[in-house]
Each structure stands twice: as C-alpha cells, then as structure tokens.
Design a binder for this molecule. Structure first.
Ligand code: SF4
Length: 303
C-alpha cells in the first residue's frame, strides 16, 4: 500500500499520490502517461489528477502494476474492478502486478488453443490467478532470461505448466522443465518459437508467435520518448557486440507488435519493424555502447 507519510513532494494536490519508495522502473508512466511524470532523479510523481473515468482507470492500472506499490488514493483504497488482466490486443493480455524481484518487468498472457503462454511472471496473487483461470489458465511459462522469473514457480505449480528457459540462464529457475540450448528457433507450441538473443544476458531469448507478436524480455523495446525500437546500453551485461548481432537476427523475423519486459509495448507494424530493425545492429556497432547511452532520450535505465 502506498505511504502518504512518504508522498513525493512534487505531487499535485488531490486524492491520488505517489510515494518516494518508487524504484524508477518507468512502469507507471507506461500506464498513465501525462498523469505520472518523472522527476530529475527518475522517480515518479503525480503530475495531474485524473479527469474522468478513463484517466482514473489508467491510474488504477498504474497502481496495480507498480512493483513498489507506491501509487495510492487517499479516498478509495481499492480499484472498483481489477485492472488486470488487461487486453492489449485480441489474444494478448498484460498481467500487471509487476514484481520488484524482476525490477518491475512486464509479463503477458497469450491465449493459445494448445495451452496459454505466460511470458515472464507477475507477482503471484490469488485474485489474479482466478482471473487467469477464466482465460483458460497457463500451459507454458516462458522465461525470457534470468532476471524476470519472479513467481514463475508458483504459477507453474498452480497449472502444472511447463517452464521454459535457455540453458545459459537456467540456474535462475532450477524448477524449469524445459531447458533448451539451441540458438535457432525452438518450437514451444504450434506457432510459437523461442529464439536466443544474447546480449542483455547470455541466455536471453525472445518468443515469436504467429509471425506477428514478439515478446522481447529485456532485449528490445519501443522507446516511447524517441518513437523507435531501442535497446538499453546500461543494462547490457553480457556483450554489446553480441547484442548487435542479435538485432541482426531479429531483423530476419516478421513482427507487428513488440511486447518487452522493460520499456513500452507497441504496435510497430510489420513495415516499420522491418525498416528499423534492418539498421539497428549496424547503428549499434557504429555508435558503441557508451555513445548509445548518451543519445537524447536514451532508453530508460531502470534500477
Ligand atoms: S511503477 Fe515504477 S516508476 Fe512508477 S511509481 Fe511504481 S516503482 Fe515508480
């Protein structure tokens, strides 16, 4: 629960507030842009009280997603309806309830006839699980890399689901049932494959579904400040050069939507995806890791 005694000094007056326990993950600003803004230290504050039911719903989503539970309302303690799962496009749901243990990463549920896919893990909450039950539960828990496992074990246990992770990051999920080593596409279920994209970590993978949805973990995201597909230099722990090679590999895939762990999801469109990805790896090599971090509106660097 958000703490009024730690309210951010820059909050505007009114019932909604953000406290200073914020871990700078950027998540709230994805769900409630314009209402929640970033201070000079990267922490969130309430820039404007919501106007109307749509903006109130957006703030409830931000509050339910916030990993540090820093967003509160002094008049109403709970949302009128659960904010998550929240449908982003038919067949893909954001699960919210981002976990602090995964640095506030997003997670998703993908409806599939052969068993739904959970991509990375939200906090395990019984109320959320009951709503996931209504969507058909989970057949496979797909882990994009070692950092974003959160409560994957509890979700897998509830549904008897398979847990997938690449061998290079597998020590982060000792309960995984499918540990794969291939660098090329590895079929997860009909129409869904895993592709290794080392860079952020050695065992990072993306999950590519139906040639149109790309779940990218911490490898690639939509930089909503720059309006382009982007990578995060400060969070590239394995190798910048290898990450650039991974971008070349991703340029060979067809994708419309990009759903990242960190950064904004976006309906990029197949044409723009192909155009931007065709040059991303080359640009990264030319600019270098340090130069990439110095660009205006560089990708947000979460804690
Ligand atoms: S969602 Fe992240 S950025 Fe927003 S208030 Fe919570 S911790 Fe801070």
């Amino acid at each position: 629960m958000a703490r009024l005694d730690s309210a951010h000094p820059e909050n505007v007056e009114g019932p909604w507030f953000v406290d200073t326990r914020c871990i700078r993950c950027d998540v709230a600003r994805h769900w409630a842009p314009g209402l929640i803004e970033m201070d000079s230290a990267g922490r969130s504050y309430l820039a404007r009280q919501p106007d109307g039911p749509e903006e109130s719903a957006a703030l409830w989503r931000a509050a339910e997603a916030c990993p540090s539970q820093s967003i509160g309302n002094i008049e109403i303690r709970r949302p009128p309806d659960p904010s998550f799962p929240h449908q982003l496009t038919p067949g893909v749901w954001a699960l919210g309830h981002n976990a602090q243990s995964s640095f506030g990463a997003h997670s998703y549920l993908v409806e599939r006839p052969n068993g739904n896919l959970m991509v990375d893990s939200p906090r395990y909450l019984r109320g959320l699980a009951e709503l996931v039950d209504d969507l058909g539960g989970v057949g496979h828990v797909l882990l994009s890399h070692r950092d974003d496992v959160a409560d994957a074990d509890r979700w897998a246990e509830r549904y008897g689901a398979q847990v997938w992770i690449h061998a290079a990051d597998a020590d982060a999920a000792p309960y995984a049932t499918v540990i794969f080593e291939s660098t090329g596409p590895t079929e997860v279920s009909p129409g869904a494959v895993a592709v290794q994209v080392p860079g952020h970590t050695e065992g990072s993978v993306v999950f590519h579904v139906d040639d149109r949805w790309l779940f990218t973990g911490d490898t690639l995201h939509w930089n909503h400040r720059r309006g382009e597909l982007d990578v995060t230099p400060e969070q590239t722990f394995y190798s910048w050069a290898v990450l650039a090679d991974s971008m070349d590999r991703l340029s060979e895939l067809r994708a419309e939507w990009v759903f990242p762990g960190h950064g904004k999801w976006h309906n990029v469109g197949a044409e723009l995806y192909a155009k931007q990805m065709a040059r991303l790896g080359t640009d990264m090599r030319q600019t270098g890791q340090a130069g990439w971090a110095r660009r205006p509106d560089a990708a947000f660097n979460w804690e």
